[in-house]
Structure formats: structure tokens, C-alpha cells
Design a protein around this ligand. Structure first.
Ligand SMILES: [Fe+2]
Ligand SMILES: [Fe+2]
Length: 330
């Protein structure tokens, strides 16, 4: 269903009135630049005399990492590097930045800047680490990033802030899972530093996820009917990965190969998709909502059985042998 203009205007007005929760979340969930970890905390210190020795150690550590894990790492990194798209996406939501001013002190605009400033470190760190490892064909990686940013990003949330906050709650949890599982496989392959990097990034995603879930919880409290319909609408369209548009004319199977690999390696699977839906419905106490309008009660019924439906789909997913990991230096 497409949101009627009136529904979308109502959502925009409510979001605008809730800018205080975003301002509070900046203090509660985000970390000041001076206190925050930075990419160089995990990288060879190039100012030191033994810098090249540190690089050699890094390369030794990454030697035994399977190409599939490198592919997952590159895919995660490319997703992070498309950051300009996410900041634009957020500021284009109705009710978020009506002044059209990126320097605004409005809570949502400030949140969007400080959230993406944290995200910026993720791509930086993974990019530099991969570059030094020599395990990836960085020129091809760079072309993919260039393409992804050029091609854009469509969360299919129709500029509706409710749907977008459902999308980001889902996506922060999904990226957290993906980083955690990639880190576990790096550890297994003998790279404890990379494992720590993935865990640290996942820790950031966990804070972001908490913030986005808290925004949506407030919307469920303020406007349960509207929140339910937005949740239903978003889930019917399915949550697409932010890096979906990474393909380009010379290679139109990059995203498919990356997704197949993460599914087969157990890094991010259809079971995870089902579990995230379950988690979010529990988190927002969807089943317990009462006094709903008819259309919202229907959305509630749909949402309460959705995770199980995806679990049944997940059981039928046939894992395929991994073919042609992408972006790899052989
Ligand atoms: Fe991130
Ligand atoms: Fe994040």
C-alpha cells in the first residue's frame, strides 16, 4: 500500500514534534570524537621506525583468511563506504529537516550528522586494513564503491520517516550480525586483530540499533496505528541491503555473489532475517497492542506470524557451493 499524503503528512508532523528524542539520543548513544575509537588505533603506526614490520605482521595474519571471508569483509566495507547516500536519505525524510539545512541544530539533523560521522570510521578502517593486507583487488573495490555511490540507494521507505526508522532499526541489527560473524571467521583463520576490529565496529552498530529502536518505540507509543501500518508496509516491500546497487555494467553479479557467500558462510542468512523480524516485533510489543483501528489490527496479525513464515523459507534455502568470490587478489 502506498501511504496516502495525509498519512505521510501526519507522520512528518509527529516526527518533527519528536526532535527532542533525537537530540537526547546523540548524548545517550553516540560518543564524542575525542573519546571514540579511531581507525589508527587498529592499524600499523606509519610514523614509527618499525612501520613496515607492523605491515608485514598484518599481512602474515591475513594470509590464511579464506577468500569467502575476504569477500564478506569487502562487501561490508563497501556498504559502509556508501555513507553519503545514507546521510542524504535520512535528511530527505519528511519532517526531519524541513529547513533543508545540514548545519541545523534540530535534533534529527544533528543525529544524522553525528551518526554518519561514527559510521565514517567503519569504512575508513576496513578499507585501510584490506589495502595493507594485499588480499583484495583494491582497484576493483574502488570501482565498486564509486559505482555504488553513483547508483544511489533506495530503502523503499517513500520518504516516510516511520518506514525509514523501521528500515534503519532492521539494518543496524543486520550489519551488526554481519560484522560479528565475519569477525568470528577471521579469528578462526588466525587474525585476532581483524576479529577485534569487526567486534568493535559491531559494537557501534549495536549502539545505533538501540537508538533507532528507541525512536520507533516512541512512535509506537505516540501513534500505534500509524507505526503498525508503516511496519507492515516496510516488511511487505522487504528490507533490501543498502549495497544492493553496487553492480555495474561490467559485472552485474557482484551483489548476488556477495549475498550468496554471506548466506553460505553463515555470516548473514535468511534465518537472521527472520530472527530480526521476531526481535523487532518483540521489542515493540506488537502482539500486546490493544485498542487498534481495523487496518492496524490487520497489520498486527500479519506482523505476528511473519518471522515464522521467513523461518520456513529459510529452512528451504538450498546452500550453493561458493563460486567466484569477488574482489580477490589471487
Ligand atoms: Fe557501520
Ligand atoms: Fe551503524
Amino acid at each position: 500500500m502506498n501511504l496516502h499524503t495525509t498519512e505521510s503528512d501526519k507522520n512528518a508532523a509527529i516526527i518533527f514534534s519528536l526532535e527532542g528524542i533525537a537530540a537526547k539520543a546523540v548524548d545517550e548513544y553516540l560518543v564524542d570524537p575525542e573519546q571514540c575509537w579511531q581507525p589508527t588505533d587498529f592499524l600499523p603506526d606509519m610514523t614509527k621506525d618499525d612501520a613496515l614490520e607492523q605491515v608485514a605482521q598484518l599481512r602474515k595474519r591475513t594470509d590464511a583468511i579464506p577468500p569467502e571471508v575476504i569477500t564478506s569483509l569487502v562487501g561490508n566495507m563497501i556498504t559502509e563506504e556508501a555513507l553519503p547516500n545514507y546521510q542524504s536519505f535520512f535528511n530527505l525524510l519528511k519532517g526531519v529537516n524541513p529547513e533543508g539545512n545540514m548545519a541545523s541544530e534540530n535534533g534529527w539533523v544533528s543525529w544524522s550528522r553525528k551518526w554518519t560521522a561514527e559510521e565514517n570510521r567503519h569504512g575508513d578502517l576496513l578499507n585501510k586494513y584490506l589495502y595493507l593486507s594485499g588480499r583484495a583487488d583494491m582497484k576493483q573495490v574502488e570501482i565498486t564503491i564509486h559505482n555504488l555511490i553513483s547508483n544511489g540507494f533506495d530503502a523503499k521507505s517513500e520518504q516516510d520517516p516511520y518506514q525509514a526508522l523501521i528500515y534503519t532499526s532492521f539494518q543496524e541489527r543486520a550489519t551488526k550480525i554481519s560484522h560479528v560473524n565475519t569477525g568470528k571467521l577471521a579469528d578462526k583463520a588466525g587474525d585476532d586483530v581483524l576479529s577485534r576490529i569487526c567486534k568493535t565496529i559491531a559494537g557501534d552498530e549495536a549502539r545505533h540499533e538501540k537508538a533507532y529502536k528507541s525512536f520507533m518505540a516512541k512512535i509506537f507509543e505516540t501513534d500505534p496505528n500509524g507505526a503498525l501500518v508503516a511496519f507492515e508496509t516496510m516488511m511487505k516491500k522487504k528490507i533490501t541491503m543498502p549495497a544492493l546497487l553496487m553492480d555495474h555494467e561490467k559485472d552485474n553479479s557482484l551483489f548476488t555473489r556477495f549475498s550468496l557467500i554471506t548466506e553460505t558462510m553463515g555470516i548473514y542468512t535468511t534465518f537472521d532475517y527472520a530472527n530480526i523480524i521476531h526481535h523487532l516485533t518483540e521489542q515493540w510489543k506488537v502482539a500486546q497492542l490493544t485498542g487498534l483501528k481495523d487496518y492496524a489490527a490487520k497489520a498486527q496479525d500479519y506482523l505476528c506470524t511473519l518471522a515464522d513464515r521467513y523461518r520456513r523459507i529459510a529452512e528451504r534455502v538450498k546452500l550453493q557451493p561458493v563460486m567466484n568470490p569477488a574482489w580477490i587478489n589471487y
